[in-house]
Each structure stands twice: as C-alpha cells, then as structure tokens.
Design a protein around this ligand. Sequence first.
Ligand code: GLA
Length: 634
Amino acid sequence: MKHRLAPITLALTLLVATAHAQQQPLAPTGRWAHQGVGSAPTPPMGWSSWNAFHMDLTEQRVLDSAQVIVDTGLATAGYRNINIDDGWWRQRRASDGRMQVRTNLFPSAGTGGAAGTSLRPFTDKIHAMGLKAGLYSDIGRNACSQAYNTDSPNLPEGSQAEREVGLMDNFERDIALYFGDWNFDFIKVDGCGLSSYGKDRPPVTSGRFREFGPTVVEGNANQSDMDGARALYGRVTQALRSVRPRGDYVLSVCLWGAANVRSWGAEVGTMWRTSRDIAPSFSQMLHNFDTVATREFYAGPGRWNDPDMLEIGNGEFDGSHLLEARAHMGLWAIVAAPLMIGTDLSKASPALIDVLKAPEVVAINQDPAGNQGVLAYADSDRQILVKTLADGRKAVLLFNRTGSPAKFTLTAEHMKMDATAPIALRDAWARADAGTFTDKREFELKPREALLFTATGKRLLPRGYFVSERPGNVYVARDGIRALEQDPIVYRALASWATTDNGGTRPAYAGWGAPRADSTPYDQALSVQRQAFRHGIGALADSRLQVQVPAGSQRFVARVGVDDSTRGKSAAVSFEVWGDGRRLAATAPAKFNQPARELSTDLRGVKLIELIARQHGADTTGPVVVTWGDARIE
Ligand code: GLA
C-alpha cells in the first residue's frame, strides 16, 4: 500500500485509548477459544502476483510462474497456492452485481453466456496442475489500486457502481461466486476500502468514488473503528463458512497491522498482516519482521502472523544477494510466517529456487507443532530466536542485522537445554552436521547474515517443558491492555513510498503490552522482588491465557508475582489456574516488591488450563505487570 500515511497521521501516532471492546472477559470458559477460520495447520505457502508484477498481472504470467513451481519441485516442497492479487477485475455487472473479469489479461475468462466472464477455466487449469488457486478482494467498496495505482490501465471500469468491486454490500454474493462457481481455495481481503476513501482523499475529491469512512486509519488505532473492521471481516468468515462448510479455504486478512488487528486477526482470519507492505529492501524487511517477532503467543496451528509476502528474487534479495535472500527466508521460517513467493519465477536463477526450496529450512517453517520462534536474545543489532519443533528438537536462528561482522555466543540456556550435556547442531542450509558443543559456542556472522540450525540436546527440564517453549499451545483470550499503545521496538524503516518531509517515522502498530514469552510485555527481563526468571510468561494484570495441556501431563508449576518493572505499583494481583473450567489453584493478592510465590497444581486428566492474573482495585500509576516465572507443565 502506498502513500497512505499523511504527515498529519504520522504526528498522531503515540496514543492512549480506552479499552478495546473485543476483549473477552476474565472469566474462564474451559473451552479453547480459537474457533479456527479455514484450514492451515501449518503456515500457508505459495506464490502471489503482487510483489512480482503489481498491476501488470496477466494470466500467462501467473501460469508461467505456476509451471516453474511444478517443474522445479517448489510445489512438492509445499508452495501450492497460486494467488492472483489486485488487478484482475473489470467491473461489477450493473444488472445483477456479478463480478466481471478483465479478459484482456485473463483470456480464458471470456466464456460468454449468461455469466459473461468466469475465472473457472483458470482455477481448473491451476487445479489440474495439482495446485490451489487464490483470489484477491477488498473489505470495502473499492480496492487499493483504485486509490494508489491511478495510472494503471488495468483498473476497474464503468460507472461508479460498476467500479465498486470490493466485498462491502456483496459479501455473500461474491464469496459464493469466488468459492462456489469459480472454485477458489484462498482469498486475500485487503482493507483500502476502509482507509483510503475518506472525504478528503483524492479518489473521493476527484468525484470518481463514493466516500467511505475512513473507519481504519493506518498508524492510528485510536482513530480506527476496530470493532467495525472486525465485524466486516467476520462477514467474510461467515460467508466462507456457509459456502465451504468443510473449512477448506484460507482467509488472509490484509489490514497492515492497523486497527490493532495483530490482537484480533485470529478471530476472523487464517492469517493476518501485521505490518505495512514489504519492499525489496533489507531495512523494510527488518521492519516487517519486527512486527511479528514479539507476537509469539498470537500464532499457532491454523492462525498465523503474516509479515507479508517474500521479496526473495527482488531488489536487495535478488540472485546477486543470496546471503540476504537466505536471511529473509530464515527469518520467515523461524517465526512460522506464511511463505508466499513474490517474484517472477520464470526469471529466477536455480540458486534462488534453492533458497526457496531448502528442505530443512521449509521443514522448520512447516513444523506441525506450529510454534513461532521466541526471541532468546535481542539487541538492536543481533537476535537469537528459538523455535520448539514437534519432535522436541529446537530450531535456532542467529541474525546479524547490521552492515558489519558481529560476534555471537549461543548458550544452552538460550535453547532451554542442559549446559552440562552435549548439544549437536545441524546446519539447515547446508543440510549437514555442524558440530557438537557443551554450554556455549561462539560464532562470527557476516553483515546481514542469518545462520539457521536445528539443535539436539538434553532438555533443561528433565520432565515437561516451559509454557514459553510452546507458544503455539497458548491463546491470548484477554491481554489486559487498557490503553492502546504503539509498539516502540519495531524497526522504523522509511517506507519505500515515503519521504522525510515530516516529523519522522513513528511507531505505527498497536498491541504493545501483549503477553510475551520469557519477557515482560514491555520487553524487560522477568523479575519479581529481584528474583530473576530467564523462563516464564510476562503479562499485564487482568489477562487470561489459555494453554493446551498435552495428554499425560501431571503438574503445572510457576512462581508468580508483580514484576519489578511494573508501571502500576499500588494494586494487588492474585493468580489463578483453572483446568477445564474448574478452579485448581490460586494465590492471595500480592503487590509490587513482594516475593514470588509458588503456584502449583495437579493436572492429571486436564486438557486446557487458563492462567488468570486478577487485579484488585484500580492502579492510577499505570498498568500492573505480572510474571509467571518458570511457568511449566510437567
Ligand atoms: C495493498 C496490500 C498489498 C497489495 C496491494 C494491491 O497495498 O497490502 O499486499 O495487495 O494492496 O493493490
């Protein structure tokens, strides 16, 4: 999306808001709250036309890339969704509202007859290749291209009503057409119709488009109608559920991290964009990556944070930048991001195809446990992320974000492994063993390099695991955030379409204060009355986390208290553990600077626990930060 942040909007980004209404209550339900939208047990993989061709999309170009996907084995590697992005539509037919396809671009759609045009011949071809087909629409009346690609010859045509190609007012009709008659498997639903058609915006002042809202303001969650946006996406979810009751579809919510979608995307979509559009530059890639890196508790099987499509093959990630291409791929793999190729594959070198196809890297991304990698170490220059795999191994990524070589020390503790036992590393790119060490190992990384390993060792916990090791088993039913704040630790890259003729690139994404693995919600080390916890969960008071409990588990144990970094120092907090809707254990209320207390309970036969931190009384000094130190399931 381009030119979307007016300077005035940028100036308004630091904000305080009232509680967001979609928060579920603190009362435990005993039922896993994530209902699931569509079907994507592992992150969706495929190819999309946008980063490769933008508005110069043609059926032939899509089919050419699809053919490369089959011929090179990328399909076998898992890249199966072939997605048409913006630019495919001609108009909504005046007589009956049926969408018409741009047949100069999609010749096979010119079927004639009562339907006029149809993308069914296209999806039939894609399906015959053993692939799946994806389409693009907008949640509002008009699309992004109509606001931002005004020179394109491929924009919708006709009267104002005919050019209203988005889903609004047509949810059921369009979804029935796309997933019924046309047989698509995947849809990306963009949000420009909600954000870019306010009365002062060029598409509207030109007199060519109907005014709407804006109900979503990028970079300003206060000015966004979160509940309204969520309800509209909910209409798409509903329409999909009725056309595809078996759940065989993917709904990709494209709201660029706006309107606090990072917190509610899983309620209405299979995956949701956490940031503005990626661009083929390293700094923009860092920005997009950062918008998911601290959101580990929001992803899991069937629900995925989406830092946007891959730029591998383009710009700073092209065939002469294989090190950067591998870094981009490794980062998307370790955070379990959807892998959508965004390059013209007919021009991609075998070396680039190998980056995309790398079997052990893809396997880390597609691991069935669906855990997003957790930051085990971070400064502004270096990061270490660790992802727990289904078989108990760890995937570990070391990332040098800078333009200079950087030294790293990887420790057993980073991987929650025993420092006295040998740890065997395997290089996921080289697909070769990379040596064994105990306790710690030194590395020197090249500028912008990311190393990716799998590690096998003895677990730090002889029995069971820390809850923070398996974020895919956790669902944030209530985050405890009362006043929306923008996440200040996302790298502030200048957007490719922006300039510096304003006050600066400000933090742009709400959700700061959400629960974190091995960190407080405000990115501090966990600590209760000076007792430090390297492992645990940080959250705000008045939060409720659901945790799936594997069969055979016996106990939940944690040391709990108000964290030393709390902003609110006066209110007391009690900690409760509920199992399948029954209260299992609780602490008396405690305040800042009181010692951590042990909370321990029998879990035999329990399938779901809910961890509740309940605040007693208001705290005028600020949000109360709590720590579930060493929270573990044994
Ligand atoms: C928005 C989206 C992009 C792409 C374009 C198409 O900017 O975020 O991913 O779909 O629209 O116009």
